[in-house]
Write a protein that binds this ligand. Structure first.
Ligand SMILES: C[S@@+](CC[C@H](N)C(=O)[O-])C[C@H]1O[C@@H](n2cnc3c(N)ncnc32)[C@H](O)[C@@H]1O
Length: 234
């Protein structure tokens, strides 16, 4: 990775924690446990195709790259070596600890920031690639996050995404609605019935590549998957 360019950050690094929401009461037991069970829970799905989807998507990453909600760092191994810069953002402390560990082991040059997608600590027009895999389903305010993505992307920048989405099948969508509450509690805020592509298109980004797939090896309510690319409307 050549270090010629850097994403211009808003303020100093020490303000990153200030950008997080008002002091939380501290992560609950399940929040911590979820970070522990995350990789084992996804294990079958990764081998049944998700790993391939990640690889296929991330080979298009270029330039100054920012990943949202990196979780435990399952994307890390798939990034090209010639990025100008890689920043992994992850607001959850338990996930962040695992992410930092995986990053250290990988030996890759990248930094980790505890920033939420709704408040990205980067200047306008300063990022070439934003990556979101299985994150827009979970962020509390996806419309705000999508505005932030469009704001930080350069005019020729790109959002690369893989998201599980609301099903086109009325029958499966009805099950997604029915199970949305329990799933959200289990999966730490994930909305299995969110129509993410429609949300992307409703804002300042235009989807120019979209591929439908299935998240094989996972519960049916999160199987409808999309992968693609969106660009700022400017
Ligand atoms: C289902 S996990 C996906 C993790 C990883 N991107 C992957 O592909 O395996 C959702 C991630 O989004 C993070 N997250 C939750 N709220 C967020 C927010 N507001 N902004 C950014 N990330 C958030 C969670 O902490 C978690 O790591």
């Amino acid at each position: 990775m050549c270090g010629g360019r850097r994403a211009r950050m808003v303020g100093a690094m020490s303000t990153i924690t200030d950008l997080k929401a008002p002091p939380p009461p501290g992560p609950g037991l399940w929040t911590k446990a979820f970070a522990v069970v995350y990789d084992p829970f996804l294990w079958v799905g990764e081998r049944a195709g998700m790993r391939r989807h990640r690889r296929e998507l991330l080979r298009h990453a270029r330039g100054i790259t920012v990943e949202l909600g990196s979780g435990t760092g399952l994307n890390l191994r798939h990034y090209p070596d010639d990025l100008d810069e890689l920043t992994l953002t992850e607001p959850d402390a338990a996930m962040g600890a695992r992410l930092r560990r995986r990053l250290r082991r990988s030996g890759r040059p990248a930094r980790v920031l505890a920033a939420p997608a709704e408040r990205l600590p980067f200047d306008d027009d300063s990022v070439d690639t934003v990556v979101s895999t299985l994150v827009l389903c979970t962020v509390e305010a996806p419309d705000v996050a999508l505005r932030e993505i469009a704001r930080v992307l350069r005019p020729d920048g790109q959002l690369l995404f893989i998201e599980h989405v609301r099903s086109d099948s009325p029958r499966l969508a009805a099950w997604q609605d029915r199970l949305a509450g329990p799933w959200r509690r289990f999966a730490e805020g994930c909305r299995c019935n969110r129509a993410t592509v429609e949300l992307i298109e409703a804002g300042d980004l235009a989807v120019d590549e979209l591929r439908a797939a299935s998240w094989r090896g996972m519960p049916r309510i999160v199987r409808p998957l999309v992968a693609g690319r969106a660009r700022p409307r400017r």
